[in-house]
Ligand binder design. Structure first.
Ligand SMILES: Nc1ncnc2c1ncn2[C@@H]1O[C@H](COP(=O)(O)OP(=O)(O)OP(=O)(O)O)[C@@H](O)[C@H]1O
Ligand SMILES: O=P(O)(O)OC[C@H]1O[C@H](OP(=O)(O)OP(=O)(O)O)[C@H](O)[C@@H]1O
Length: 304
């Protein structure tokens, strides 16, 4: 069947970054939420088999405006991209997704006369984020009372921003930094952070298709479940009954720990959800109060 408007009619449209840093993570998220599809190489739209839904693969930077204008109902993109495309009033950020984390930073050559943003003010800045950089340097120029030709000059480039200083195009740049490898390889260092960002699930603030609201909720809850499952582990251990109060303080769980008696008198088994990042120190604490047979399980999915 070829794709046309009739086939898509009435389906929930969900925009996914078609390439770049967010693409693979989004595919894992869709798999975790059991959203089944087969994408044809040449097509950026594909039908979802098990929901009345279609996926639309778009550049991350276009997704806020597609969602904001109601052409698609849901989308995943970076928080930075929403602000850069000035769509924050037209889209609602439903969920932070915990990946695509990085910072938009002002960077200058490590070796050189510019040591702070005040030194950079009034000079040439190259970036792919001209809106966010424009706002940032407008405020800086105003604070330093720079006017007319004295103001910072912002120039847009579509990529390879980090090369601009070495090429003599700029005195500083504004670009995304995650590990810092790209920045250091270009001989740059950060002097200010404009914005911290991560991937977010967004929907239109004014939904165009009211009949899809309940499906949007189902999909949002499923994705929230996959994200929560990635943040938590289940910790299970055996401990003497008189230590239950101390153990509950260490592993209080989401609502309360599950406590079951063991066949051995005065011993219980406790299981509890624990934040993944805290599990090592929690296990240390449990050992200190006499916990034994501590087991930790990853979660594939959950609803909390
Ligand atoms: N190094 C990074 N680490 C984490 N997240 C990042 C990184 N770079 C970009 N992102 C996030 O991913 C979004 C899309 O950036 P990316 O550069 O992957 O997209 P793109 O421009 O569509 O792809 P490409 O650069 O391949 O053309 C960014 O707006 C940001 O939210
Ligand atoms: O701090 P790091 O971990 O080095 O990441 C930062 C780099 O990642 C992004 O580019 P990406 O590699 O996605 O390619 P692009 O320049 O083509 O967008 C961003 O534009 C930086 O160049």
């Amino acid at each position: 069947m070829s794709l046309n408007q009739e086939v898509l009619d009435g389906r929930l449209l969900f925009a996914i970054p078609k390439k770049g840093r967010l693409h693979e993570k989004c595919l894992s998220l869709l798999a975790g939420a059991d959203i089944q599809f087969r994408k044809h190489d040449r097509l950026d739209v594909c039908l979802v088999r098990n929901h009345h839904m279609a996926l639309v693969f778009l550049p991350a930077s276009d997704i806020p405006s597609f969602v904001g204008k109601g052409n698609v109902d849901l989308g995943i993109t970076g928080h930075d991209v929403i602000l850069e495309s000035q769509m924050q009033d037209l889209v609602t950020e439903e969920l932070r997704l915990g990946f695509g984390k990085c910072a938009l930073q002002v960077q200058v050559p490590e070796v050189g006369p510019i040591k702070s943003v005040d030194d950079l003010a009034g000079k040439r800045v190259v970036t792919s984020f001209e809106v966010l950089s424009g706002q940032y340097f407008r405020e800086l120029d105003a604070r330093l009372q720079l006017s007319g030709d004295q103001k910072t000059k912002i120039e847009y480039v579509g990529g390879s921003v980090e090369a601009a200083c070495a090429l003599g195009l700029a005195d500083g740049i504004v670009d995304l930094v995650e590990s810092g490898d790209t920045m250091r390889a270009a001989g740059l260092h950060p002097i200010a952070t404009v914005l911290e960002t991560e991937a977010v699930l967004i929907r239109s603030s004014v939904p165009k298709h009211p009949h899809l609201v309940s499906l949007i909720e189902v999909i949002t809850k499923r994705i929230a479940g996959v994200i929560a499952a990635g943040k938590y582990v289940v910790c299970q251990y055996n401990i003497r009954r008189e230590k239950i109060a101390a153990a509950t303080l260490i592993t209080p769980g989401k609502r309360a720990p599950t406590i079951a008696p063991l066949e051995e008198e005065n011993w219980v088994a406790i299981s509890s959800m624990v934040e993944k990042g805290k599990i090592a120190s929690i296990m240390d604490e449990l050992v200190k109060i006499g916990a034994e047979d501590i087991l930790v399980f990853n979660l594939d999915n959950c609803r909390v």
